[in-house]
Design a protein around this ligand. Sequence first.
Ligand SMILES: [Zn+2]
Length: 323
Amino acid sequence: MTVPLIAGDGLPLKLTRVMAEKPPPRGPVLLVHGAGNRGATFRPPHRTTLVDALLAEGWDVWLFDWRASKEVGLVGWTLDQAAEFDHPAAVAKVLELTGADDVKIIAHCVGSASVALSAASGRLPGVSTIIGNAFTLHPVVPPVSTAKLRGLVPIVSTLTRDVSPAWGDEPDGLLAQLIRLVVRATHRECHNDVCRMASFIFGGGRSSLWNHENLDEATHDWLRAEFGPVPLTFFRQMAKAAARGHFGSVYTGPPDARFVLLTGEHNRCFLPESQHRTFAHLERRQPGRHELHVFPGYGHLDVFIGKNAHTDTFPTILAELEK
Ligand SMILES: [Zn+2]
């Protein structure tokens, strides 16, 4: 069931409630995607996705297409806008429609960072648990990403308003074709041009977003449709945060919610040091309250879409929801 949602600044967004066979006995869980993905990215072509695992445990599953979704298609956004306008609206709507007094959130990458910014500023009073994969308030990126953020982002910003992994299959203009040529010459890890382009845009490494051995062929191919444009407004914010070592506004105080930080040990988008730093930051303020889990053999998005995630990572996520 799709529910239209209006963000605090008037932007139309989308919530999708995944209908189970029986009314779910447990409370709502909101799934928040990463930059340029969408709510459906949590549903790769597997027998047991995270959505299936949550439904099997009786949770009421909601997919949230926030302003970074390829389906919203907004040109120009920042994490602060999402923190101020999107996540509070989604949480309020889920609370209203379910009658629950608590929402749990599972989020990916900058989806979780923006949720955390929202929580840290006191805008998510109905949220008790935030489980974030590649979640960090203190981004540490590979040296090659630092070079791209410092050197390329200012130049590319003068040429285009967004960049997209989808240019791998459908290069949209001369700049897109040029970037694809560079990516084809430097990323030889596979023959999927969207996969290679995503590695180039979001990280440093071949590949930066998943270990290929964790993806089955169908998922590797399905990924082509899961990436849309990401605006330079976001990359400029990332460049500042990476140079400064943190997203500034998080230092104000401890959040209300309990945080569970997840990452793959081979994450080449945000290095695992990012999660260790944020965990240490949270631990100093509220010792023993939060958790950090590092998954051996995993990278970034494969924590959610890996072919063996249902046995390797989902049990940890489900157990943390119980706490
Ligand atoms: Zn690939």
